[in-house]
Write a protein that binds this ligand. Sequence first.
Ligand code: NDP
Length: 399
Amino acid sequence: MKILCVLYDDPINGMPKNYPLGDLPKIDKYPDGMTLPSPNGRDFKPGELLGCVSGELGLRKFLESNGHQLVVTSDKDGDDCTADKELVDADVVISQPFFPYYLTRKKMESAPNLKMAITAGIGSDHVDLQAAMDHKIDVVEVTYCNSRSVAEHIVMMIVSMVRDYHSQYAIVNNGGWNIADAVQRSYDVEGMHIGTVAAGRIGLDALRKMKPFDVHLHYFDRHRLPEKVEKELNLTFHDSVESMVKVCDVVTINCPLHPETEHLFDETMINKMKKGAYIVNTARGKICDKDAIAAALKSGQLSGYAGDVWFPQPAPNDHPWRSMPHHGMTPHTSGTSLSAQTRYADGVREILECFFEKKEIRNQYLIVKDGELAGMGAHSYSKGTATDGSEEAAKYQKK
Ligand code: NDP
């Protein structure tokens, strides 16, 4: 079979010769008891860079020794890109949310052999899920592999934005020492009201991780958490996003992107927020209206916006979030730490092993199966597509 793997570019100066840490901490289980990915083999050293082109998700030896063909590329956008050319006779396509190969209906229709789209990570909104259902292309992702990595990033972003770390760091790098400049937007997080839109794996973990800061915790979700968890974290449940955002100093967004959540944070929603609140969005860029966010930062309706997710990706060089005031943006990195890469590479291999041996893929990994939303997909997504506009990614010019 032919496996097409679309991964992000190698480091500008080439693959690392060594890494800061010699090994990774050992983790056997996720907090709910789910086991980590468990492939039959592994052809890489945990902690290596696997998510870029030369890393190849550690798959080449495994695939080629089993008679399969592996094609890896980062050339994924614009007419005549390598990925589109290779897709036409591919059986499986692997892509990542960090550098998504937007699998639109048109692309699927160019690939009659395509049977499965694997997301090396979590979040399969870069695939037109409706078209995948219509064409019976299964969609799977490595559920939980980087949820806790993202929750760590959220804590980092909440604390660094509220305390205004970025300005203080810039002052030091510029040789300065003006304390008044450094603190004129700096607050303590303690005592603040922090709320999450969605309390799934990431949202709940972010709440748990924020609890020791002595804050008031809120959440909105379509399903309510068990009473035991609400009590343990002293959570306030809201039955609408509007009810939550009007009382929160910090709102973190942790739902998947699907037609129901696209542009949820538009001008109307932002104007319902407490004045001067902060948003941390590590879920998907398109859940927020990009121009409304930039305008709210300029007007002071928002005090800060941070996250690692954009639309499209890579973000065009003139994307307003690159230059808006009081932002704490990173490229899409929260779920692709070296620690997370080992887990998603293992997960992709586990999925491929099951696929080749015609064994069942874990139900938790399924988004679309046999033409229907299935597994996690049936629980968390709605029908339709959120890939419209993704062709704008071709505008990005490498720096
Ligand atoms: P989970 O499936 O565990 O959680 C998703 C939660 O979103 C569920 O609780 C679900 O609710 C809730 N949800 C779905 N639709 C809505 C809605 N319309 N309104 C409110 N809540 C909703 O996934 P994770 O927590 O692991 O990941 C969440 C998302 O984060 C991913 O889909 C992905 O987009 C993003 N992500 C980002 C990463 C990054 O690197 N930045 C890495 C990993 C994920 P319910 O189940 O109650 O229906």
